[in-house]
Unconditional design. Structure first.
Length: 401
């Protein structure tokens, strides 16, 4: 194995050991298949490198540390190192630096349990409208009235009133009205991503105008929201970017005195999470579709009647290992008798090499877990995503891997 690293991977010399139950892979958290490399200490003093055969992302955070992707090795595995700056923050620094580089999770309250978030978010969505603009958009995308109603998709789009004290029009009064109803029912909203106390010490919530989409955990709890902006940013070519935002009340910045703070008072971070769209009373559970995006997953589940997992991004397949009350998505699928998975990434993979590479990595992960895997494909002329073709009466072609 030492010879392998000398000849195949940039001349890195050192000793390797396999991950184990006592020392799992710090990238994917699994106890097999991956390895740890301790390079020559004269060249790399005090450093370890990590070879993960399941996940390839620019940065992976685990157990309070961040790991940076270095390169893909000749066998398709991924080489990582621990982020130097991240590591330095916790090693023998002055008290000033310890304060400045506190962990981000210390800047916001602990997120409430998913069961509590489910109740609060359900009440919140029932207080929100679905704008005529968003209703028309969903209908044009092939959504039935019954699906629109069941989906609980709502709008952040409120009437603006003139604020005499601030001398401009704002929708803050409507936001206060909605939030005060929640506070009267549930009390302070600490630990609920998206809500925070404003300068007047009143609870309110974040979000520019857009469409709010519910995200469900493996137990059916509505535990996060995603916001599809009506007016997202555009790049230099006029193409929309960053259309989807986490419904999150967290943004860290330096206060000017070397101390980090959350700019949202009592705000809470949402993080990027997977969603499961599954009705055990209606859906066949022997097969599961995996795609990117919640709106896409909701419609796919309704049309095909299989459970559908939404990933927040094509490269976030490692989130299938995130635990929800002691179970991850991989184990959940096995528990409901699912032995077949279908990867349904967008048709732009035919020219987007990054999407294609992430698709291949997800396939490897699923095969490693013992699933039969199929790739969903279709003529890109009918639409980019699987949610574009299903309303046209077109089913994807499933190709076994």
């Amino acid at each position: 194995m030492l010879l392998y690293f000398q000849q195949q991977n940039g001349g890195i010399m050192g000793t390797i050991r396999n991950v184990s139950k006592s020392e799992p892979c710090p990238i994917c958290g699994k106890t097999d298949w991956c390895t740890i490399l301790k390079p020559d200490q004269e060249s790399y003093p005090g450093q370890e490198l990590y070879i993960c055969r399941r996940i390839q992302q620019d940065t992976v955070s685990n157990n309070g540390f961040a790991y940076s992707f270095i390169k893909e090795l000749s066998d398709g595995s991924s080489l990582y190192t621990i982020k130097t700056e991240k590591a330095k923050r916790y090693r023998n620094h002055s008290r000033h630096n310890e304060r400045k580089h506190i962990k981000e999770e210390d800047l916001y309250p602990e997120t409430l349990k998913n069961e509590s978030l489910d109740r609060i978010y359900h009440s919140f969505l029932h207080l929100l409208p679905l704008s005529a603009k968003h209703y028309r958009k969903l209908k044009s995308d092939g959504w039935s009235d019954s699906l629109i109603k069941r989906s609980l998709i709502r709008s952040i789009n409120f009437k603006r009133s003139y604020d005499e004290s601030k001398k401009y029009y704002t929708d803050s009064f409507e936001r206060f009205r909605i939030t005060s109803t929640l506070v009267n029912e549930y009390g302070p909203l600490d630990g609920v991503p998206g809500f925070y106390l404003n300068d007047a010490n009143k609870w309110t919530f974040v979000g520019r105008q857009g469409m709010l989409i519910p995200i469900y955990d493996l137990h059916g709890n509505l535990y996060r929201l995603r916001l599809r902006l009506d007016k997202p940013e555009v790049d230099e070519n006029g193409k929309e970017k960053n259309k989807y935002k986490n419904f999150s009340s967290f943004h860290s910045e330096d206060d000017g005195f070397g101390v980090l703070k959350n700019t949202y008072n009592h705000g809470c971070r949402a993080g990027s999470c997977i969603g499961l769209y599954y009705n055990p009373n209606l859906d066949s559970s022997d097969m599961c579709y995996i795609t990117e995006g919640e709106k896409k997953a909701i419609l796919t589940n309704d049309y095909l009647r299989y459970p559908v997992i939404s990933l927040p991004g094509t490269g976030t397949y490692n989130k299938l290992y995130d635990l929800y009350d002691g179970i991850n998505a991989i184990n959940f699928l096995k528990s409901i008798g699912c032995d077949t998975t279908v990867v349904a990434y967008d048709a732009d993979k035919i020219y987007n090499q990054q999407v294609l590479r992430y698709e291949q990595k997800l396939v490897q992960l699923l095969q490693g877990e013992g699933f039969s895997v199929y790739i969903a494909s279709w003529n890109a002329g009918f639409g980019k995503g699987i949610d574009d073709i299903l309303p046209l009466g077109i089913l994807p072609t499933l190709k076994p891997v």
